[in-house]
Design a protein around this ligand. Sequence first.
Ligand SMILES: [Zn+2]
Length: 313
Amino acid sequence: MQAPLSLVPETSSSLLSGLLQGRFAAGLGLAFGSLPASVQITFAIVFGLVIGSFLNVVVHRLPIMLERAWRAEISDAINEPPQNDGLPARYNLWVPRSACPHCGHVLSAWENLPVLSYLLLRGRCSACNAHVSLRYPLLEIASAAFAAGALALFGPTLTALAAFGLCAALLAMSAIDIDTHLLPDSMTLPLLWAGIIVNFNGMFASLHDAVLGAIFGYLVLWVLYWLFRLVRGVEGMGYGDFKLLAALGAWLGWAALPQIVLIAAVTGAVVGLAATWRGRMRFEEPLPFGPFLAAGGALTLFLGTPLYRALGG
Ligand SMILES: [Zn+2]
């Protein structure tokens, strides 16, 4: 007679392998897939809006949380109490509740609805009348568009959910890069791991291509960075850009990298020249490169690599 204890690891490992093979998720997908298409797309849009609303919180709070952690480390190292930054001691993505950055008015539930609240309040705080940035609803709409797009392209599958996860992360990182010229390790590195994991059974690329993608994604920009530094003495990119391209390589495979870099370089150059021409920026000023890499990644996710076919004839 077998010892009952041996059942435990066996069950959990078969559950794990079942999860990895997507049986459970496939079941959920099947249930969702049996709903009418209009219900599915409505659900995707609402889900995208809600996630977009959360992304706004991430974009606003994550840089503050990181800066706080750095300050705490420094004051710890030099043995001085940290400066009071006027924020509550417990400050993370979940607490405190969202408030107007101008007057501190805590948002009620109906003031916190994605897009709708912005429209109802006409883009102003209900307490102090301060302008609410248009970026909040725009990010929510972009998130909803990605959710609907992923469902339309990949159907009611785990692949669609993963694709939307990638897009949501790219949206948040782009906004953070624009705001702070930083691509936090706490986002780029988990995204890289997530890319390896989703491709464990070849969701977007074979595991082999994903690993090579992560390696070459990092190396390509690292080499360019050092060439630029040695030849021209300028730093065009940061290490966060290398990690982001490594993550995109892990998600989409190494073959996607040339197209992603080309899209990023061309769109980056166009936007950079336009900004310089309009006098918004000096030529030497570094442009955050993350949003352009993200755009290259998202376009490649949805369109594949038509550029290669066009170039290959
Ligand atoms: Zn206010």
